[in-house]
Design a protein around this ligand. Sequence first.
Ligand code: BTN
Length: 242
Amino acid sequence: MSVNWRIETYETLESTQDTLREGLKQNPEEGFVIQAIQQTRGRGRQGRLWFSPPGNLYLSTLLKPEGDLSLVGQLSLVSCLSVCKALEEIYGLDRNFILKWPNDILLHGKKCSGILLQTETGRNGEVEAVILGIGINILSAPVEVGIALEDATGISVPLASIRDAVLQSLAQNYSVWRQEGFAPFRGQWLEKTVPAQTAMSVGHGKSLKSGMFQDIDPKGGLVLKTTDGKNLTVTSGEVLFM
Ligand code: BTN
């Protein structure tokens, strides 16, 4: 069954994540979407701020997958692939977008899109709701680390068309994931991420693990070969290329 999107668009919000979370009190159905033209306190992963002036895409969607928390990591990878597929449709397949585990999209080594998942769980740890936030740098991006798609490609597309392409791609993949799990996406992910043996570190809190990229495991974990030759599977954290 495909998710039906119901979109509310606002001129200015602090963060679409927070507005959607607040809206959970009304028990909205799966498919509720909050979009903002600009955010004054856009939130990124690891407590960072997300650069959010007008001209870029900022939205949060409500999903209600059935299962436990371990599924959310997979959903994060599936969402990233969905956004990437939409960007390839719009800007061209030959652009060489790269997926950076777990859910960043890079172009020319810089970030053009980031995804933030927040999960609401019930008493027994079951997932009640996932608030999936998507930010795409279209007209502008933070200097050094970010890249704006319009600058990089010279292609100008209305924001609403990009939003609709992203939501359509997400709905399609979400439906496949609910029926078939992560298996259909693993190969696609490996095709779009960095090559095996790429040197990287994964930071999580105070821990930093370094090694060579090996694989994405069947559950969506990142497999690294560490300096002692052992394979280590990481299920959360921030990748840094070395
Ligand atoms: C990241 O750090 O890569 C995740 C960035 C997620 C940004 C989006 S923009 C829409 C939604 N609202 C927020 O406050 N954050 C997410």
